[in-house]
Ligand binder design. Structure first.
Ligand code: ATP
Length: 254
């Protein structure tokens, strides 16, 4: 049996005196969607950033695709990854942030094509063909030549998703992908994510969209105070939680 896509055991992270992750346990199987929910400051983004090598884990074990994050294993010995090795591992992980951060001087298509050409060494013709197919997949085939400033926030976020997919990632991480959008633009972005999930992409999504989590997630995780308070099927965690803290959170946000 293959290793889970993400496996965390007792993951700890501190910033100075502030312990932000206090022993996070979590498993995301391949092809599954895991939604992380919880109050502001509970450590959701930090955990996502640890998965993506953007933060160093201080304790516990965190692996992605069967490989320990931050280390290369040779026999029983662990060697800290060099910068180049981290960059290589990160190519397999697509990340979409709250703010889309597209290059403003590049068109939608150029934004999507940039990394496959520069980082993965794809020919420009192949990358363009794939980029156009990805823009079509996110419903923006007719916006390929538009610059970010000519696109709505929701369209920019869909370009950001296409850009992340262009590196053919094994895992997609989303950090509150719709929180910066006007409410009427949220649906299109969630629809793209829903289709991605249907196509079998493994996804970890930090979100406040309880409806999306209920309908799309295989696992819903409620985090609070740097730990996982409750994890399981959304029908339980988000509708009939076992923990009082989960119930209190849901009663505030629903
Ligand atoms: N680089 C950093 N340096 C210092 N403190 C940090 C850093 N990153 C995060 N923190 C702190 O860690 C805590 C957890 O932040 P994190 O962003 O992971 O929470 P969150 O659950 O994602 O919340 P939110 O929904 O507000 O983004 C917060 O108190 C935050 O201020």
């Amino acid at each position: 049996m293959s290793a889970p896509m993400v496996h965390a055991e007792g993951v700890r992270k501190r910033f100075g005196r502030l312990e932000v992750l206090k022993g996070v346990d979590l498993t995301v199987e391949r092809g599954q969607v895991c939604c992380l929910l919880g109050p502001s400051g509970s450590g959701k983004s930090t955990f996502l950033r640890c998965i993506n090598h953007l933060e160093k884990v201080d304790g516990g074990r965190l692996s992605v695709d069967g490989q320990l994050v931050g280390y290369r294993q040779e026999g029983t010995r662990l060697h800290e990854l060099r910068e180049r090795e981290v960059a290589e591992r990160r190519r397999d992980i697509g990340m979409v942030f709250q703010r889309f951060n597209l290059f403003p001087h590049m068109t939608a298509l150029e934004n999507v094509v940039e990394a496959p050409v520069r980082v993965a060494g794809l020919s420009r013709a192949t990358a363009r063909a794939e980029g156009l197919a990805l823009l079509d997949q996110v419903g923006l085939a007719d916006r390929a030549a538009h610059y970010p400033a000519q696109l709505s926030g929701g369209q920019q976020q869909r370009v950001a998703i296409a850009r992340a997919l262009a590196m053919r990632p094994k895992l997609m991480l989303f950090d509150e992908p719709t929180s910066a959008l006007d409410p009427e633009l949220v649906g299109d972005v969630l629809e793209v994510m829903r289709r991605l999930a249907d196509d079998g992409m493994t996804m970890v999504v930090v979100t406040h969209e309880i409806g999306f989590a209920r309908e799309v997630a295989d696992t819903a995780v409620f985090m609070d105070g740097g730990t996982v308070v409750e994890a399981g099927k959304p029908s339980t965690v988000l509708s009939d939680p076992e923990q009082e803290r989960t119930r209190a959170f849901l009663s505030k946000v629903l």
